[in-house]
Design a binder for this molecule. Structure first.
Ligand code: HCA
Ligand code: CU
Length: 383
């Protein structure tokens, strides 16, 4: 039987590792509240030892009484774990690099040492009655034997979930599927988390592949922010789940996505990426004549996501040289102008010719249609 899907948002941890990002307390609280309103299962926060104000923020976030569980991202170091347990977090997300690259250039520890460090800490967190997850950082460049040796030990020690981050964004969807499936079969009694970086543009594809292979917890950030060029975005994951696994979204409020993406973009002083799923400014704007004609017949022709489900609106962009008569007629009728088929053809042609000089805004299109119409009427009058 499939476990229920948990979505973990790490905007406040991974997200603030994005160059230039900074969330003050008010923003951290606002983001956490919106994530909770959306129906996020876990909100990941940095380690309390990272900075005094982070520790204070963790206390504030835990006091909000959110439905989402607050988990802190902590190294396998005793002092760090004790600092985490001194806060009221619901759980601790441990991580330790297992790849040859991280073992050589990051912490310099052998596999036996990783296990020796992690096991007592896992037991300590369990005894404190908190949730504990152990993540093998850079799992997809780790030797499979090393990876499974570490997972065998941490599962035995009592973790509730193991994490497989693609920390450098190197994995392909097939590789993710293969390794996650192997782990899901080998460790049927623990949950499996996936965290996909986007260095080669596969973060969302890999995250969905992980879900399909048996992962029950998927990491995202708002807008996909994170180290370098980030991880899977919440909107991208939601788009895939909406299309293929709508049952996983039943308890979530999809109308929170747009305000969340807007708010985080505002905090970052950046626009929402032009190609962001769902909330990009033109995600529901149709342009070419062939498209707009079909969309006006039935939006399903070219729309797989219903903008209304996300509190958003569809738009038809008439102001290009690819514009079509069907859409032009439709807009003219909306403006209350009665045109013959012949007039629609002429108007469309004039609009195209005008748009050869450059695109027109919706307001400019309306003004163009109105003035074309007036001109027609006055010439007809003169005749
Ligand atoms: C990091 C690394 C991490 C951890 C992910 C995890 C990664 O920035 O500290 O804990 O599962 O990508 O490996 O984000
Ligand atoms: Cu990461």
């Amino acid at each position: 039987m499939r476990r229920a899907l948990h979505i973990l948002d790490t905007t406040l941890r991974e997200g603030e590792q994005f160059a230039g990002a900074f969330f003050n307390l008010e923003q951290q609280i606002a983001i956490a509240r919106m994530l909770d309103a959306f129906g996020i299962d876990f909100i990941e926060v940095p380690s309390p030892i990272s900075a005094p104000r982070i520790r204070e923020a963790i206390e504030h976030l835990c006091a909000l009484g959110l439905r989402a569980r607050i988990v802190t991202h902590v190294r396998c170091v005793e002092a760090d774990v004790e600092a985490a347990l001194a806060t009221p977090v619901a759980g601790v997300n441990l991580f330790y690099g297992t790849s040859p690259e991280l073992r050589s250039y990051s912490h310099g520890k052998r596999i036996e040492r990783i296990i020796a460090d992690a096991v007592p800490l896992i037991q300590r967190i369990r005894e404190a009655g908190r949730y504990v997850r152990f993540s093998a950082e850079d799992a997809f460049r780790s030797d499979l034997v090393d990876l499974l040796t570490v997972f065998d030990a941490v599962v035995e020690a009592g973790v509730e979930r193991i994490g497989l981050p693609d920390s450098v964004g190197i994995a392909t969807p097939r590789q993710v599927e293969r390794i996650i499936r192997l782990c899901a079969e080998r460790y049927p009694r623990v949950g499996i988390e996936f965290h996909g970086h986007n260095d080669s543009g596969c973060a969302i594809a890999n995250t969905i592949a992980a879900y399909e292979a048996g992962a029950d917890c998927l990491d995202v950030t708002v807008l996909g922010i994170g180290e370098r060029n980030g991880i899977a975005s919440l909107s991208g994951l939601v788009a895939q789940l909406y299309l293929h696994y709508p049952e996983t979204l039943q308890q979530r409020d999809l109308r929170q996505l747009a305000p969340l993406d807007d708010y985080v973009a505002q905090c970052l002083h950046l626009p929402i990426p032009f190609n962001n799923p769902i909330t990009a400014p033109y995600a529901f704007t149709h342009r070419a004549g062939v498209h707009t004609r079909a969309i006006l017949n039935n939006p399903r022709a070219y729309e797989i996501l219903d903008p209304a489900d996300f509190g958003l609106e569809r738009r038809v962009d008439l102001g290009s040289r690819f514009t079509g008569s069907h859409a032009v007629a439709h807009r003219a009728a909306e403006l209350g102008l009665q045109l013959s088929d012949e007039q629609v053809r002429e108007l469309t042609w004039s609009l195209k010719m005008r748009a050869e000089e450059g695109p027109l805004s919706p307001e400019a299109v309306d003004a163009f249609i109105r003035s074309w119409y007036e001109e027609q009427r006055s010439t007809a009058w003169e005749r």
